[in-house]
Write a protein that binds this ligand. Sequence first.
Ligand code: GLC
Length: 733
Amino acid sequence: MKDKTQTTERVDALLAKMSIEEKVAQLNQIGGADWNNGPKPEEVIRKSGAGSVLWLNDTKRFNELQKIAIEESPSGIPILFALDVIHGYRTIFPVPLGMAASWDPNVAEKAQTVAAKEARAAGIHWTFGPMLDIARDARWGRIVEGAGEDPNLGSAMAAAQVRGFQGADEIDTEHVLACAKHFAGYGAADGGRDYDPVFLSEAQLRNVYFPPFKAAVDAGVGTFMSAYMDLNNVPASGNRWLLKDVLRDEWGFEGFVISDAFGVANLAVQGFAKDRKDATLRSLQAGQHMDMASSAYLENLAELVQDGLLSVEEIDEMVRPILETKVRMGLFEKPYVDEGLLEKVIALPEHREAARMAAQRSMVLLRNEGSLLPLSKTQKKVAVIGPLADSMTATEGSWMVFGHQPAAVTVLEGIRNKLPEAEIVYAPGPEIRRDIPHPFGEFDTIARKPVQTPEEAEAAFQTAVKAAQEADVVIAVMGETQDMAGEFASRGSLDLPGRQEELLKAVDALGKPIVLVLLGGRPLSINWAAEHVPAILEAWEPGTEGGNAVADILFGDVNPGGKLPVTFPRSGNHAPLYYARTLTHMPEDHERYLSRYWDGPTTPLYPFGYGLSYTNFEIKNLKLSASEIKVGETLTVTAEVSNTGNHAGDEVVQLYIHQKWGSDSRPLRELKGFERISIQAGETKQVSFQLGPDELRYWSTSAQGWIQDVAEFDVWVGSDSQATLHAGFEVVA
Ligand code: GLC
């Protein structure tokens, strides 16, 4: 890290000679795409410079615009080029929900390290990631972009991704500035409807939705992005409590905050601000440093200063962290990118190796009746069916960078690579597509096929059934297409779209061994399959090497060890559904409890933390270092894990607690520790966890503050959130 005072002095000197127009220009991020109907980037930059440019993915053009900023703008301040690099730039890794399913922070760190190296080589300085929104409603399309429903797992993934993107303290030329988004509470949109309002108590914010963001601050994240939606009727973009009181005054964040796209001007659209000028004033005073693409700051800030509604000092306070970031990233010394570098970087074999490893570790074995899996490699005839079996886009998943050409190894190709001698018959069956086209569809880089007619769909259906009929084993690759999850991609149902389940049933009736491979960015209510399809592998959207990783698992070269980072509900109507809820007066172990609904069970189809293996693990000998500790003290929890099967494999050992009473009602279970460990067949290993004030305190509604209660606790250690291996301890005064 460049010496702090040296940076401060340098920024002071810059500010001293900048006009108000130049200072305001640093608070502006220009929409660099040609569809963005703002002023042309060159004109704006030449006139007063620019804080940043986004929605551009063109190395040559980066250098062109940078040259204008350095040589033609009044103060020659370099530009930060920004883009959404969420799970890979050219080498695509599993979507973040998949990476979270690995329960291995090293997977996320490695993935974002590679993504940063490729993005920086392309000339991108700043990524709008990691996305840290806790999501407990699977209908919300952006659940794909985060780490799921739990703050403990989410915090571990947050810190790991910041380390991966930014590297160590210094953001060198192989790393990028990261951005913790969307601050805060976006995943709790009413009904899972993207952009809808959010109403969260301070306890829910502080105990559930904030922790991953705080973990990002503690890991040194350089920027934050405020969320679009109204949070308790105050849009995040104009929410001083969020952006100043919590983020800066409590957490000590010293970087800068950017709005989401057009978020400043949107304050008028949301009925919060009177007009663009009012939006500008209230957004800046709330602590939002940079305006993404709306140009409201550019148009109004200088006038607001002239009107005496804002002071130059307030403007300087917002410009300062932006300039400090540019100084510390060395942009003044090295503003340009070598235009030949990217091709060398993306050719590195270790990038695809890392992507394949990440995909392998992200996948979750949901069912394996009769140990159908792993399949033998001596299969003679394999039918690969389903609309996603050969879909590169469904394999790579949401949030591809602008201009990305799909290049993933599909499941079909992965199986062909694995079984070069076998006869592999591919039959997609009826296509699936959104009922309402995606509004971003215009940015697709591949032409969409014409809509299949009912006759064509029926013919495809029969062809797939016939292929299954003639095969020794059937592998069905089903789920959701790339645009069925992500932004603008919420849905009311969690069922398999289209005629996929119908095709599964038809194939199941043939009595053939069938494996279901799920691709997609959210939990799906595969109730029928969960009862009838013997083997089910959740592969999420596994990225460039996804098809090879699926084949590695299906044919036994890799033993799956992933666990669910989100609860799988039996229906979209049950959402939001999550494990860490309070007991209520009718706990689910109550003698009269049957279900919260009269029209079916409310239990999850698959619980948080669940995942199977080709081997078996036994977790035993749970021990606590003490049965009683004082407030503020720490106890150690240990247990043994044995691999009692005949395959080496990974187990994710999970620690849950329940505070049995207190100032507030507390969740019936809370994840407070986890470790993914590799264990050879027959081997036993020990795991240990700490339970201290950090794990036991919480923000209390009744106390209106952080407290650690004197109370009794349950402890469970096991392989998912329904673990039964139990012990207890007491916290005393
Ligand atoms: C989008 C998303 C945000 C993204 C930004 C820039 O609307 O909400 O996650 O980083 O705009 O593309």
